[in-house]
Write a protein that binds this ligand. Structure first.
Ligand SMILES: Cc1cc2nc3c(=O)[nH]c(=O)nc-3n(C[C@H](O)[C@H](O)[C@H](O)COP(=O)(O)OP(=O)(O)OC[C@H]3O[C@@H](n4cnc5c(N)ncnc54)[C@H](O)[C@@H]3O)c2cc1C
Length: 538
């Protein structure tokens, strides 16, 4: 069995950062285990390839939730990246950090080290922004943030209508205040995706002290004898079980769905659940797999009264050729953007002091995000509540590590979420039918004019609501005394030694926005703690 200083499980947004940074100074050996393949597919790297990787089981776990009672017992499709880069290789590229208040809230919950002032340096360390600089931004970091190079008449109209409703225009959603309307920045570079694998792992691959093993699915964390010290990881590759040893730490970065699964399979989790599946309890941690949170997207689909949408371009040979040329010559246009261009953060709840909803404005439309475009001039305004109160869970359904865990989001189970969903949909409609955008709308395809009362709107949300891909919180960090905390604020798993979780699952509460950059920031921060612990001989 080979021994490394650190074994990292999962080469996603967090795992790539950890593997690259921990191998940087040459003092430590690092092994990175990834269940999926290399990120060679062209569709990963071309932003519009989002519509392909969304449905590719080679690159995407393509999970489905349990039937959700809040969604008329529908199973909700939950894509997750399965290749180097993880979900950062298949995501929608939007660059959002969340609100400063999100991190102040984490610190107020007792998570020492996570206040805004303490996380900002790590956002800056990661960031390679093409336009923004100053005390809030970095320009030299490996993860690129690019501004959208061309304006689109529909996005311009969307901005105009939002301004008409009193929303300020912004060119930086990651500035001092998130509130505003404008174009998103994207995690792209020269019109190509900048995943965590591209940004961090690729430059590190040639190091002799870093081993990356793809197609390696971790099945269990190993412990030294009866002790509670993690000693390595067992994994399955090409149908064979093998293992690697960790002299210092095992760092689990398998994402919010599979990190809790791996802990549960390793005997760390709610004792009753483990007993139900015949797994010996190494440490009874009731919080493992609980506290699941996600952003629920509600999509208003509209038809434009002239052929100016990406649907129109994609349906004509000339339109497709023009898009291709735009990308080839200028690295811009729909191929360089992927799906969403316009953003809006505002408030619908009178009690909110910061934005409580976010819009993703796309110049195309389809029945599902990433699906085949409609045969009409459609475009989409997707809206989500930023800080949902509903909580679900992720639980193993068997002791077989190759079985997907049971995921139950329990969307809209909290009354505040139902009220916000209704208010958000009403706000989206008001926006769509006013000002310059209203002048471009021919009809509302979904929900449709027959959906009017609160009950009808809520029914629409249950019938058509879907994820905006941010499941989080299932191994939450928390202070001593929080019985549901899975890790301490330094992301060390409670009750065992030599084991950390670093990924979306450790967020105690979901940040107000998209989650890729927050995860990268968390991994950057964890690196400093891991190295400090190594230096102090821990
Ligand atoms: C379709 C989609 C669109 C999104 N759009 C955006 C967006 O526009 N902007 C944004 O900021 N965020 C977006 N997100 C969310 C964001 O990408 C994720 O929150 C983030 O990438 C999660 O990082 P992570 O490290 O927690 O997990 P992941 O990046 O998912 O990494 C987990 C890795 O672990 C691997 N793994 C799992 N189990 C095992 C195992 N047992 N053994 C070995 N390896 C394992 C997986 O294959 C994967 O590579 C989107 C996500 C998706 C899926």
């Amino acid at each position: 069995m080979e021994t490394f200083d650190y074994v990292v499980v999962g080469a996603g947004s967090a795992g790539c950062v950890l593997a690259a940074r921990l191998s940087e100074n040459g003092r430590f050996t690092v092994c990175l285990l990834e269940a999926g393949p290399e990120d060679r597919s062209f569709w990963i790297h071309l932003p519009i390839g989002y519509g392909k990787t969304m449905w590719d089981p080679q690159l995407n776990w393509m999970f489905e939730t349990e039937p959700d009672p809040g969604m008329h017992d529908r199973r909700i499709f939950w894509p997750r990246g399965k290749c180097l880069g993880g979900s950062s290789s298949i995501n929608g590229l939007i660059y959002i950090r969340g609100q400063q208040q999100d991190y102040e809230h984490w610190a107020a919950l007792g998570n020492t080290g996570w206040s805004w002032d303490e996380v900002l340096p790590y956002f800056r360390r990661a960031e390679g922004n093409d336009r923004l600089s100053g005390p809030l931004h970095g320009q030299d970091g490996p993860l690129k943030a690019s501004s959208i190079a061309s304006k689109h008449p529909l996005v311009e109209a969307f901005i105009g209508s939002a301004r008409g409703l009193g929303v300020p225009q912004t060119d930086d959603f990651n500035g001092a205040s998130q509130e505003g309307v404008g174009y998103y920045q994207l995690s792209t570079h020269n019109g190509m995706r900048c995943s965590a694998a591209r940004a961090y792992l690729r430059p590190a691959r040639k190091r002799p002290n870093l081993r990356v093993i793809t197609g390696a699915r971790a099945t269990r964390v190993l412990f030294a004898g009866d002790s509670n010290k993690a000693s390595g990881v067992e994994f399955e590759r090409l149908g064979r079980r093998s293992s690697v040893q960790a002299a210092r730490e095992v760092i689990v970065c398998a994402g919010a769905l599979q990190s809790p699964q791996l802990l549960q399979l390793s005997g760390i989790g709610p004792a009753a659940l483990l007993a139900e599946h015949g797994i010996a309890v190494r440490h009874d941690l009731p919080g493992v797999g609980e506290n699941l949170q996600d952003h629920l997207q509600l999509r208003l689909i509209l038809e434009a009264n002239r052929p100016i949408t990406t649907n129109d371009q994609m349906r004509s040979l000339w339109g497709r050729a023009a898009m291709g040329l735009d990308w080839l010559l200028f690295r811009r246009g729909p191929l360089a953007i992927g799906i969403n261009q316009g953003g809006l953060f505002t408030r619908v709840n009178p009690a909110s002091t910061t934005p409580d909803i976010q819009f993703h404005f796309s110049t195309l439309s389809a029945d599902l995000a990433g699906g085949t475009v409609h045969p009409f001039s459609g475009f989409t305004m997707s809206v989500c509540q930023l800080r949902p109160q509903s909580r679900g869970h992720v639980r193993i359904r068997s002791a077989n590590p190759l079985d997907a865990p049971a995921m139950q989001p329990l969307y809209l189970s909290h009354p505040e979420d139902r009220a916000t969903a209704i208010a958000a949909l009403r706000y989206a409609r008001k926006l769509a039918h006013s000002g310059p955008l209203g002048a471009l709308v021919l009809r509302e395809h979904r929900p449709g004019p027959e959906v009017q009362t609160d009950d009808e709107i809520l029914d629409f949300c249950r019938r058509y609501g879907a994820t905006i891909f941010h499941p989080s919180g299932t191994c939450k960090m928390g202070p001593d005394g929080d019985p549901m905390a899975v890790t301490n604020p330094r992301l060390q798993v409670r009750g065992v030694a030599g084991l950390r979780v670093v990924d979306c699952s450790v967020m105690p509460t979901l940040v107000s926005g998209n989650t890729n950059w927050p995860v990268v920031m968390m991994a950057e921060k964890a690196v400093d703690w891991i190295q400090a612990d190594a230096a102090s001989g821990l």
